[in-house]
Design a protein around this ligand. Structure first.
Ligand code: SF4
Length: 433
């Protein structure tokens, strides 16, 4: 049997297709905490899709002929995507769907079904809305809820015995050290870039950045975040030794001029573990960065990391207005966060998310810009807060009677929509900071 674990393409035209003044928007889905579209001409932002990579390697380890197909990173057209499917003739395609790409994803699922393939949907949106999806779309054979390594294998076994379940409820790895290292495609590995965060990684001699994960699950419950849907609110951390083994594997495979980027839920939670992983990196004299929080290490640990190869850290601040931060349930003290940013300064990238346009005022936005300027951070990225399926924000809107059709899920396009759209064709990635 053959399984393709896919990140299918999703493009949307703004304006008439192929016209001079039209823009092709390309969506980011798997691997991104925040599915959104950017003008296709920009490229340059592809986060490594950990679930695809881990599921592929786990299936391979268990004797299943699995293939990872990341058509988003490869920037495949729809024709290319389907010709790969046609050529490989998979028995099963497992593919993530997301809030913003739903209609596109359902059309793809239907077409996959027309090819005679068993279609299994997964991802946060499918996890939350599995019942309605199964009821409404008969081309959906099954849905896997939450992290999907174990359930993909179970579905493969069940498929072989003609016993595929309609859905597979959460069955996640408790001990992450037991997972094989994620599958990394030689043809795509250097396309995984995040030019708007972890900026120092882009300036390394080799520019070779590798995403790695040291934990899953998060202790916080930010209102806009849908990450808990995938992880079922379960916090798990790899041992520093296991991370060290993966670093050795990566160095052996790609050389030691790689830039390691931890795209984690809880990489820097707690000083002791953070320092132990830092030691693993320092032993191998690697340059590295991470996505994390500003307030979960003391200043001595930040200095410890910087002295041992840390080149950049991306942290979520979201807003410079404490009330908004509280409303987002970010549980972040802005006064303390500002002091910490100033103490660390040059290597920090801030993630800023404006509140939903209905709640956001110029004064609040100004406070956010002021925070950025005062922080001394090296760079920032901005987005609109969107109610991703499964987040508290989404659930709140549902309770108010909103349907998915009423919601704008693309936080980046929303931010840009009031700008002169013609400029987007020549926008540089630096402009996104
Ligand atoms: S800190 Fe907040 S935004 Fe970050 S993963 Fe945790 S819940 Fe999500």
């Amino acid at each position: 049997m053959k399984i393709i674990v896919a990140n299918a393409p999703c493009y949307q035209w703004q304006g008439q297709p192929y016209q001079e003044d039209s823009i092709l928007w390309a969506w980011r889905r798997s691997g991104s905490r925040w599915s959104h579209s950017i003008p296709n001409s920009l490229g340059g932002y592809h986060q490594y899709p950990f679930m695809l990579g881990y599921t592929t390697s786990y299936l391979l380890e268990n004797g299943i002929n699995a293939m990872m197909l990341d058509s988003v990173a490869a920037r495949h057209t729809y024709c290319q995507f389907f010709s790969i499917i046609e050529k490989n003739k998979p028995d099963i395609v497992i593919t993530e769907i997301s809030s913003g790409t739903l209609q596109n994803d359902l059309q793809i699922a239907k077409k996959l079904k027309d090819f005679g393939t068993t279609v299994i949907l997964t991802g946060n949106y499918a996890t939350v809305n599995y019942q309605s999806l199964l009821k409404e779309y008969n081309f959906v054979d099954s849905i896997i809820r939450g992290e999907y390594e174990k359930n993909s294998l179970q579905a493969a076994i069940d498929w072989e015995h003609n016993k595929l379940e309609k859905y597979y409820d959460y069955n996640i790895f408790q001990n992450l050290d037991e997972l094989p290292f994620p599958y990394r495609d030689d043809n795509l590995i250097w396309l995984y870039l995040d030019k708007v965060s972890g900026t120092a990684g882009q300036n390394q001699k080799s520019g070779r950045k590798i995403f790695i994960q040291s934990s899953r699950g998060c202790a916080f419950e930010c209102k806009f975040c849908d990450w808990q849907v995938l992880t079922d609110h379960k916090i798990r951390k790899r041992s520093p030794e296991s991370v060290g083994l993966e670093l050795d594997y990566l160095i052996n495979r790609f050389g030691n001029e790689i830039f390691i980027y931890f795209d984690d839920d809880m990489f820097n939670f707690g000083d002791k573990r953070t320092r132990l992983i830092t030691d693993e990196l320092a032993k191998r004299t690697l340059n590295w960065g991470f996505l994390g929080r500003i307030d979960t290490n003391n200043i001595d640990t930040w200095k410890y990391m910087i002295e041992r190869g840390l080149k950049s850290a991306s942290v979520g601040i979201e807003s410079g207005d404490q009330e908004i931060v509280n409303e987002m349930n970010k549980k972040l003290d802005l006064t303390e966060a500002l002091k910490m940013c100033q103490a660390i300064s040059k290597d920090i990238h801030l993630h800023l998310s404006f509140a939903h346009p209905e709640d956001s005022t110029e004064e609040q936005r100004q406070k956010t810009y002021d925070f950025y300027v005062k922080s001394g951070a090296k760079s920032k990225s901005e987005s609109m807060m969107v109610p991703l399926a499964g987040s508290d924000y989404y659930n709140e809107l549902k309770l108010k009677g909103k349907t998915d059709k009423d919601i704008e899920f693309d936080g980046y396009k929303q931010l840009l929509k009031n700008q002169d759209i013609s400029k987007l064709r020549s926008i540089k990635s630096d402009d996104l900071r």
